[in-house]
Design a protein around this ligand. Structure first.
Ligand code: DAK
Length: 260
């Protein structure tokens, strides 16, 4: 499929989705958010995709935020439509039935950090700078940042970042719990791909069920999460992959998961 502002490559069970507006440090405009929605639909429908990597094209930026040039002239109705578009696109990433890893290769600011937070976890380059500087522009994080960031790192630390608009480097972001791992810039994609491959070798239905259960408990509370975990766990015994995984263990061979 052709995209205006995305590069999508699918190989060996992994979809690499690159935001491709390096001239604007990959800032998110309407077109890019629409592309992202389309890409999430595409990878959702592809049975051969077992993990997704989201990153930014170029040396400098993952995503330097929502597109300030496009936003500046918006009226409230347009801003609301833009907000809806952003929430929908990020919701599709968060709720994709396949895991999505953010490879933060440079600036992840404002909507750029928010999109990374919608991914399942974040690896970053030592060069990355992360933050939510929206208040410096007279707005505040509007693509779920006021919700996802405090859930991830705690209310006080999230408020400090949001209220100051301060940017942190990759190591500080790791210490805060925003980023799982930090790598030299030239090793980032290799390491992210390694992790994506490990995930892609596991039972896809099980990984997907686990993602759903973690998300449900995180967002809706423990009782709801446990109910979803129990139901999904029971249902996993209706899959080929459960029989295959356990059979392969007992037969001392590698499992051949089919994702069904
Ligand atoms: N939007 C549009 N263009 C951007 C951009 C952005 N966010 N960030 C950078 N660019 C463009 C620059 O304008 C410049 O374009 P030209 O002048 O070459 O045409 C080009 O990218 C290169 O940038 P710089 O020349 O500034 O590069 P530097 O290395 O000097 O600086 C920087 C890099 C990342 C420190 C700087 O570019 C910067 O501060 N960028 C803005 C970062 C920022 O404030 N990001 C937060 C944006 S606000 C909403 C929900 C959410 C949001 C909005 C609405 N709704 C609910 C409706 C989210 C808002 C945000 O994300």
């Amino acid at each position: 499929m052709d995209y205006k502002n995305l590069l999508v490559e699918i190989a060996d069970g992994i979809a690499l989705v690159k935001i491709n507006r390096p001239q604007a440090l990959n800032a998110l405009n309407r077109e890019t958010l629409l592309d992202l929605q389309q890409a999430m639909k595409e990878v959702e429908g592809r049975k051969d995709v077992r993990a997704v990597i989201l990153t930014g094209e170029g040396e400098k930026a993952f995503v330097a935020g929502a597109d300030i040039a496009e936003m500046k002239a918006m009226n409230p109705a347009e801003a609301l439509a833009f907000s809806r578009l952003g929430h929908e696109a990020l919701g599709m990433i968060e709720n994709l039935t396949k895991p999505v890893i953010a490879a933060v290769n440079g600036y992840a600011l404002g909507g750029g950090l928010e999109i990374a937070l919608a991914c399942d976890f974040i690896y970053a380059s030592e060069k990355a700078k992360l933050g939510v500087p929206e208040v410096t522009l007279g707005i505040f994080p509007g693509f779920g940042g006021t919700q996802r960031l405090p859930r991830l790192i705690g209310k006080g630390r999230a408020k400090e970042l949001i209220f100051t608009g301060k940017t942190v480097d990759a190591n500080e972001a790791r210490n805060l719990g925003i980023v799982n791992k930090v790598f030299p810039p030239d090793k980032l994609m290799e390491e992210v791909t390694k992790t994506a491959r490990t995930i892609a070798q596991n039972g896809p239905v099980a990984v997907s069920m686990a993602k759903g259960a973690v998300n449900a408990g995180y967002d809706e509370g423990r009782e709801e999460g446990e109910a979803i975990e129990m139901t999904a766990w029971g249902n996993s015994f209706a899959t080929h992959d459960q029989k295959e995984g356990m059979g392969a263990f007992l037969e001392k061979r590698k499992p051949l998961f089919k994702g069904e």
